[in-house]
Design a protein. Structure first.
Length: 206
């Protein structure tokens, strides 16, 4: 791809670094920005810079937040005694879009995957255990992707919580094994949440 402007080429190269964005798509984006007035481009860049600089992670659940505590954890109308354990922030967004869940979350930041060098110590597991010990948690819902790594993570956390008097469930497997939550349609994901199962029943069948 030949460019008559190094400024244009540099902008295309930066956009192409985004996941799922190739050079042709990056070029379309940059050319679209060129058609807009200067104020639009400045606002666009300022919003991105401000987001990256000022965004925080909730000290309680590790979801993205504008303050130390996210809006979900701070919402007194939500069931604070219920925690849905997810792999990443995209899964929080996916579940929230179903409008079928009214509890809180805990973002692990990944799943246990020895082949990728990811162990329990690199995830937000200990903070989850401490949170359950500190708060009066009634139910823990696992909403991890249906993969070997996801199931390993469920098993590990379940063992860590053996001494706790807490109901532990997992979303029903309306989500196909190997599938990812962010790609599930809202109806399927919503029904999986409503028809969650005791986790010991699921793990024993694995």
């Amino acid at each position: 791809m030949q460019f008559s402007s190094s400024l244009l080429e540099n902008a295309v190269n930066e956009f192409a670094k985004l996941p799922g964005i190739g050079k042709k798509t990056a070029l379309r984006m940059v050319l679209h920005l060129l058609k807009q007035d200067t104020d639009f481009a400045e606002q666009f860049s300022n919003v991105i810079a401000k987001m990256r600089k000022e965004i925080k992670f909730c000290q309680r659940c590790f979801n993205v937040a504008d303050a130390d505590i996210c809006s979900i954890c701070a919402n007194s109308m939500r069931k604070q005694e219920m925690i849905c354990v997810v792999e990443n922030i995209r899964d929080v967004i996916a579940i929230e879009s179903t409008q079928q869940y009214n509890g809180t979350y805990h973002v692990l930041g990944g799943v246990i995957s020895p082949l990728d060098g990811i162990g329990p110590g690199q995830l937000n597991i200990e903070s989850l255990v401490h949170r359950i010990e500190k708060e009066k948690t009634a139910e823990l819902i696992f909403a991890l992707n249906a993969t070997i790594q996801g199931d390993t993570t469920i098993y590990y956390i379940q063992k860590k919580l053996q001494s706790q008097q807490i109901r532990i469930t997992t979303i029903a497997r309306g989500i196909a094994f190997g599938g990812e939550l962010e790609y599930a349609d809202e109806m399927t994901l919503g029904r999986s949440l409503q028809n969650r199962l005791p986790v010991e029943n699921y793990v024993s069948n694995c």
